[in-house]
Design a protein around this ligand. Sequence first.
Ligand SMILES: Cc1ncc(COP(=O)(O)O)c(C=O)c1O
Length: 375
Amino acid sequence: MNLFDVYPLYDVTPVTAKGIVVTDDNGQEYLDFYGGHAVISIGHSHPHYINRINAQLNKIGFYSNAVQNPLQKELADKLGQLSGCGNYNLFLCNSGAEANENALKLASFKNGKTRVIAFKNGFHGRTSAAVASTDNEKINAPLNKQQKTTILPFDAIDAFTSEITKGDVCAVIIETIQGVGGLDEPSAMFFQNIAKLCKENDVVLIADEVQCGYGRSGKFFAFQHHGIQPDIITVAKGMANGFPVGGVLIHNSIKASYGLLGTTFGGNHLACAASLAVLEVIEKENLIDNAKNMEAYFRACAAKISQIKKVKGKGLMLGLKFDFEVAELRKKLIYEQHMFTGGAKDKCLLRFLPALNITKEQIDLFFNQLKLALS
Ligand SMILES: Cc1ncc(COP(=O)(O)O)c(C=O)c1O
């Protein structure tokens, strides 16, 4: 059987990884400044992560959600403590799309309405309501296009007000910092205005923190830069350093009932152990402070390179804007400088999404190699 051929692949085959170094099947080392698309939050093969998963696997790896699993409550407590969101309840699932799908469904259950407001260049995943809220015609099948979605630009408060007051909107979903789109974010004022309008119109505000959450922006959640409190927060990517986990944080004001949501694999023992290990490392190694501090260092280094026109993003979710398309540069960085970086829908943006424990010396390496590729 062949694989269903949907990914255009770089010709690199990683076989081992440690910290920010990934080694391929020929023994060639690569510096990982992409984190497997913002997933590797505490570095590859972190010893605490390996030990915690191994220890759990030696006890029990999986049982269904029909029985008690105290690891889920331990995870919810730790997440509440580190994020400052103790007044939310946690539903565990397996991916970012699934987290958003559940969030949108929950919004519609809560207020009985059906239309979603989402934003230009947004990406929320590839499942039904999540993909319909994603601003990309190409990945929306005719089936998905049946969903009622209105896509608006950032910071257009008049258009937003006119849509949300029509009475049929169940949810507003927003990436606090856009990932795939290219690191755009609206003003704090816009965030505050839409949060207020959601409250006034009985609309559920969903912050998609799948990529920008979990410390990556220099605060636990990126919305915490803007003084708002969403009704639902979705998380995935960095949550378990590569173990497939997603989460929906649901404000106390939204009530649960048996059977409302459900999943076979979500919240299994191994997933909880992986997620707990990540939170423990984030706390012990002060990785959120590191993300904030390394942003300042990265910006100072970028300012010395004339080809860089702008630095976008926050914390360790950063992008370098050039006045040319970066596809060839990314290839050169992989095959000649041996380092992984990210691209975006904005073809002139090179994305930097390293593990949150990256050091100044490693950022120096990034810029040294980038300079070589640009020369
Ligand atoms: C902001 C955001 N939301 C949702 C998703 C979908 O996550 P997943 O690929 O885990 O389904 C992504 C993935 O890139 C994302 O960046």
